[in-house]
Design a protein around this ligand. Structure first.
Ligand code: ASP
Ligand code: MG
Length: 496
């Protein structure tokens, strides 16, 4: 020990250089009030260590102001069909929104600087739109350049707002940090190059305790240095990439909900925030439309086991949901109930499936041909049941399936997915689920493909009832109290 740390404890590497990544989505910066809210949240985090006189290292990633990316994409579409004037006009209200933020929140010098950036963006975008109309370069390449202004402007404004609040903050062009391939519109990051440039770009700021503010979603091609984007909604991905490159202590995704809830509050008003989830649980929930992280977007964070916290910028005092590598089991195993409406169940029965190989391949080739995603699948000796979220190609799919066997379709179904680490190995959970809804017909069940979920299908008309009852059975106070009472009773029994 002594040999390892000859100069005493101060040389033990401290956590203080590991930054927190704070990512804010478009609705968190929709107007001046929202910008102010965000700047207070960031300042509170940076100054939390003030007693020791040291600011916490923070890197901020921000989306474009809400609706800005859509407006920019629409302007590119208008320009493609030759209407450059219309394309430009459509953006005016959005430039006005940016100007309003600068006017409302910045003092004279900051305002002059920010307004200059907004005005040159307007000119450069106009130039870009003319190039789109002239069809000289590939449209997606020009589009990435044009839509990147959404994030560039919001991040520039936020950096100014932070400076006004007394923080040392600096706009950093994310295109210098995140390097990708050339797939415009949906580029893939090149991790080694990105890690190198990100560290080189951000470490000096961390050292000086300056808050780096960068636009999410935007990057640059490693070969051509042209602007690329990471696909719609890509700012979460930026946060994960930067977090992984910088060994972040935590990535915070600030949005407008209180983290992940135990169920959809529209069905279950008493739904509450789930405090902790494993990555696997979050992935299952995301797939089921829970309004959170898409697992694909945070993969770099998962690879490095960096915890991801989902917080509400309208209720920063709430702790939100922490998604991490730990796989703890909830007292009742179930952590959340997700669902999906408007699901179609298709059942194919074919005697020739019995003991034959190649049948499933032939079956899935049908869905492959019609580019239709199959969701839940169960099989018996002579039949296969599966669900489709998107039944738009159903009639042609059915035509092909009938060559394989008898086909039955059940429209207007809903999938319910009960999620919890340890579900596969805990006796009694499935029994409890199906006892709770024993009078509701279940038309398909899948358990065990992942160890964290139990998925089944009910008639959509019974969805609300089913989810409400399950929520009561697994989460609601009265039930918990009863259980706790039983537990303490049992405990006092043994002590007697
Ligand atoms: N502004 C981009 C979009 O609207 C990226 C993001 O918000 O994550 O898709
Ligand atoms: Mg988003």
């Amino acid at each position: 020990m002594i040999g390892l740390f000859p100069f005493g404890s101060e040389v033990i590497p401290s956590l203080s250089h590991e930054p927190t990544i704070m990512k804010f989505g478009g609705t968190s910066v929709e107007d001046a009030r929202a910008f102010l809210r965000v700047s207070r949240i960031i300042a509170a985090h940076v100054r939390a260590d003030d007693e020791e006189g040291e600011a916490r290292p923070v890197i901020v990633v921000v989306s474009a102001m809400s609706r800005m990316t859509d407006a920019l994409v629409a302007s590119v579409q208008a320009a493609t069909s030759g209407d450059v004037e219309g394309a430009r006009r459509g953006l005016e209200e959005h430039f006005a929104r940016h100007h309003a933020v600068a006017r409302d929140l910045l003092s004279a010098s900051g305002r002059v600087a920010a307004e200059a950036v907004i005005e040159s963006a307007r000119d450069e975008i106009a130039e870009g739109l003319r190039a789109v109309a002239a069809h000289k370069l590939p449209r997606l390449l020009l589009q990435d350049e044009i839509i990147s202004y959404g994030e560039r402007l919001s991040a520039t404004l936020l950096a100014h707002v932070l400076c006004e609040s007394g923080l040392a903050a600096r706009y950093v062009d994310a295109r210098r940090l995140i390097l990708t391939n050339d797939e415009y519109g949906c580029a893939a990051p090149l991790f080694d190059e990105t890690e190198r440039s990100t560290r080189a770009g951000l470490e000096p700021l961390i050292e000086r305790r300056e808050v780096a503010v960068l636009g999410g979603f935007i990057a640059a091609s490693a070969t051509t240095a042209r602007t690329t984007t990471l696909g719609r909604g890509g700012s979460d991905c930026t946060a994960a990439i930067i977090g992984a490159a910088m060994d972040a202590r935590e990535i915070q995704i600030w949005t407008d909900v209180n983290g992940v809830l135990t169920a959809d509050p529209q069905l279950v008003p008493r739904a509450r925030t789930v405090e902790r989830l494993s990555y696997a649980e979050a992935a299952e929930l995301a797939y089921f439309g829970a309004k959170v992280l898409h697992p694909k977007t945070i993969q770099p964070a998962i690879d490095q086991c960096i915890p991801v916290r989902i917080c509400n910028s309208r209720a920063p005092e709430e702790t939100g949901t922490l998604v991490g590598a730990e796989t703890e089991t909830a007292p009742r195993t179930v952590k959340a109930i997700a669902h999906k409406r408007d699901v179609t169940v298709v059942q194919i029965t074919a005697a020739r499936m019995l003991g034959a190989y190649g049948f499933l391949r032939a079956l899935f080739e049908v869905f492959d041909r019609h580019r239709t995603v199959v969701d839940v699948v169960t099989t018996s000796e002579v039949s296969v049941s599966l669900t489709l979220d998107d039944a738009s190609a159903l009639s042609s799919i059915l035509r092909d399936l009938r060559d394989l066997g008898t086909v039955l379709v059940e429209p207007r179904r809903a999938t319910i997915c009960v999620v919890g680490e340890g579900l596969r190995d805990t006796p009694g959970v499935a029994a409890r689920v199906f006892n709770t809804i024993s009078d509701i017909n279940v038309s398909l069940i899948s358990l065990g493909a992942s160890s964290v979920n139990l998925t089944f299908v009910v008639d959509e008309a019974r969805l609300t009832e089913a989810v409400t009852r399950l929520h009561e059975a697994f989460f609601e106070e009265r039930q918990f109290q009863n259980d706790n009472a039983k537990v303490s009773l049992a405990a006092s029994d043994t002590s007697l």
